[in-house]
Write a protein of this length. Sequence first.
Lengths: 249, 165
Amino acid sequence: MRCEEMQKLLEAYLDGELDLMRNLEIEKHLQECAPCALLHKNQQALRQAIHSAALYFSPPAELPNRLRATLRQASKAETRRSFLPWRWVMVASAMVLVAALVWFLVATRKSSTEELLMQEVIASHVRSLMADHLTDVASSDQHTVKPWFNGKLDFSPNVKDLAEQGFPLLGGRLDYLANRPVVALVYQRQKHRINLFIWPSTKETDEAEKITARQGYQVIHWTTSGMTYWIISDLNESDLYEFSRLVRT
Amino acid sequence: MPHLVAAYNLARWLTRNAHDAEDVVQEAYLRAFKFFGTFRGGDCRPWLLTIVRNTCYTWMQQNRAAELKDNFDEAMESLESTTLNPEARLLAIVDHQRLRQALEALPVEFREVMVLRELEGLSYKEIADIADVPIGTVMSRLARARKRLQQGLLDNPHKEYPHEV
């Protein structure tokens, strides 16, 4: 080994970075070459000086505690951050709840106007039976009943004679529903009275018939050709439905 | 607190100030805490020292950017080891205070390899990883730093280094 190579490797040798073969070569060279041995000695002296100089700085005694406090805070913040998704879940579910509430309100507002009307219809029916004011014009003749409404309303109802089908006409009267005067036709089936309310619909579209049972009464209502029909009676459902079918056709 | 002594020692040598070293160590441990996911197992110390070292550099860029531009006096590079006074008086005259000052006076990239090698006893490979330079650069930096220290110790004790001003 030449001195030049030796000097290049000397530090790596002292730092313990060389393999065994190189180490042996260097040790051999150091025994044979005085100038290189002196270099080696100087290097060693420096290392010893560094190691003996207590150059190592020790941290202040309170640093570990301060560090722990800092990390604890950071860890709390981290935990808070990791909860963030839950917060989003909560926000999302709150939004769903609000949407559901709005939908519910809109939906029930519609159905509640219908429900209100239903109550009016039932009240009107009950009143017509109670107060002995079933008919203003008592006649089984449709040609008597229909003209009777002339001049009393801004529409002319279709009055059918359904006596042959088992629903004799008893007469008609003026009633007041949905904030307007309406036609009330009264039919009978055995001992059961049927009120048929007719008035012009505020809706553009037709509505299929809907049967509802309320307080022991069957209520059927639908909208067709711009007219709203409500039928109410204590008649059984199938007979009343048959009646509604006859009115519709 | 794992490796706090090594972390503080490195930060203290790189910042050359006790108070700044504490700040850097706190910041470094916070980063270590955040980026623990990047730790690939094995010896935790080089990983932590890498974070401390990088935190130091960030801190110095923000507070003492001038120090990072500090370079070795090129005249020093012409100094041949063979011109060192071969006398073994080096051993005799070693003044620990002067050695500390000489080490502190080194530019930061030389100081860091010296601290990691001589005080932490890390291998060239580990130092190369921490300082993010090739092993060859670690070796040349160590060689130049040692020359500088030897020179400093043999020189007039009252000599001032230009970057100490």
